[in-house]
Ligand binder design. Structure first.
Ligand code: HEM
Length: 395
């Protein structure tokens, strides 16, 4: 059986090589070490994500079996309850509310770059990319962006929980601290409601007041959704920005193409999501015994849908191992980097907007923008990104 350890340095250093072997030689892989299965071909991954009756999210998208009773956020819930929650969330998390964030994002990015510019160099990850999504989520929720450093610490601990690594005590305490913080924010708004006063126009207020068929999200669901937004929407967007910069700056010809024609930035982002998916893969659990490519997958197995491997499948994409900003946009957009089907990423339009504004500004405001030393990849896990990404420019 092919050796595949999602937690090994060898895999993280070169996921493409492992993905290729998996797709061609072992499209359904069983890990003796972790006990889960992995599926790597595009059509198989998409078929699993499409079939929520067979492939459940009730035990959560991570390696561990989260308790179905504890399910409070969209991502752990199956239809029809998922459809109901999604309709409610979509009423609060509208395209209009996302578009309304654009000026604040533009200003935040411009100010950050203005501040960094005289230095001539920085760590793009710590000095820039980590701050943007946390600022955006805080603004969207209607809490003080100055609390972002605290959110970042919480997110780091809670993200680890997706791969069995977090100290359970620290994980539980962090979850409680986050819940207590947002409970206070909810109570502030409930007081305003009780006093007949108008609420601030933010996501927390909308989630508290939006109804669907006369029903609302309960407080536990609102807090669950907020926690999930912080985890799902911050690190991943940071990774998207850094992964894109890293791939582009290694390819002078592609860099020139984008600099000369900034209308290529949206395709650049899709190509980056395809070629270097920030999320290697997430899990489903089968409601019945399944046989796939001759492998028996017993009921209630954890099965990893390898989005990253699917996105490089030559059964679906032409020259998949070539990073190409002139790829047909329709082909690039077929990637599964935001998942697929019922659970497809709610925040995708927001992540795309943040990346577009950030990348456009970096490419236009920093002359001679280039890599500046050895980057450091994140610890191997279900995610692909950088802990350190040194860049420089001319001053
Ligand atoms: C580049 C950035 C991002 C990537 C790569 C990403 C990736 C994903 C993936 C792969 C899923 C599917 C989960 C599954 O199938 O189990 C997902 C779901 C989700 N994401 Fe994102 N995400 C990103 C940014 C964001 C942002 C900015 C937000 C919001 C602020 C967000 C909110 C969500 C939510 C709420 C879901 C759950 C949808 C559901 O279960 O119905 N994501 N994301």
């Amino acid at each position: 059986m092919t050796d595949f350890d999602v937690k090994s340095d060898a895999f993280q250093q070169d996921p493409h090589a492992t993905f290729r072997v998996l797709r061609d030689a072992c499209p359904v892989h069983h890990s003796e070490k972790y006990g889960f299965f992995s599926v790597s071909r595009y059509e198989d991954v998409k078929a699993i994500l499409r079939d929520t009756k067979m492939w459940s999210s009730k035990f959560g998208p991570g390696t561990d079996y989260s308790s179905p009773e504890a399910a409070t956020a969209l991502v752990n819930v199956d239809p029809p309850e998922h459809d109901f929650q999604l309709r409610l969330v979509n009423k609060a998390f509208t395209r209009k509310s996302i578009d309304a964030l654009e000026p604040a994002i533009e200003t935040f990015v411009a100010d950050s770059i203005e501040r960094l510019k005289p230095q001539g160099e920085c760590d793009l990850m710590r000095d820039f990319a980590v701050h943007l999504p946390l600022f955006v989520i805080s603004t969207m929720l209607g809490v003080d962006p100055k609390d972002s450093p605290m959110f970042r610490k919480w997110v780091e601990v809670l993200t680890l929980g997706t791969f069995q690594d977090a100290d359970p005590k620290v994980h539980a305490e962090t979850g409680q601290a986050l819940a207590a913080y947002f409970m206070r924010e909810i109570e502030k708004r409930q007081t305003l409601i009780n006093e007949g006063k108008s609420l601030p126009d933010d996501l927390i207020s909308r989630m508290l007041t939006t109804t669907e068929d006369g029903q609302q999200l309960d407080i536990g669901q609102v807090i669950g959704f907020i926690s999930f937004l912080l985890i799902a929407g911050s690190g991943t967007t940071t990774m998207l920005i850094c992964n894109t910069v890293h791939e582009l700056l290694q390819r002078p010809h592609q860099l020139d193409l984008v600099r000369d024609d900034l209308s290529l930035v949206p395709v650049l982002i899709e190509e980056s999501l395809r070629y270097r998916s920030p999320v290697h893969g997430l899990f489903r659990t089968n409601n019945e015994d399944v046989s796939l490519h001759g492998v028996e997958i017993p009921k209630d197995s954890k099965v990893m849908c390898l989005f990253g491997a699917a996105n490089l499948d030559d059964r679906e994409f032409s020259n998949p191992d070539t990073f190409d900003v002139t790829r047909d946009p329709a082909e690039a957009r077929k990637h599964l980097g935001f998942g697929w089907g019922a659970h497809i990423c709610t925040g995708a339009p927001l992540a795309r907007m943040e990346a577009r504004i950030a990348l456009t500004a970096l490419l236009t405001e920093l002359p001679g923008f280039r890599l500046n030393g050895e980057p450091v990849l994140t610890e191997p896990s279900v995610l692909y990104g950088f802990d350190l990404l040194p860049v420089a420019w001319d001053v």
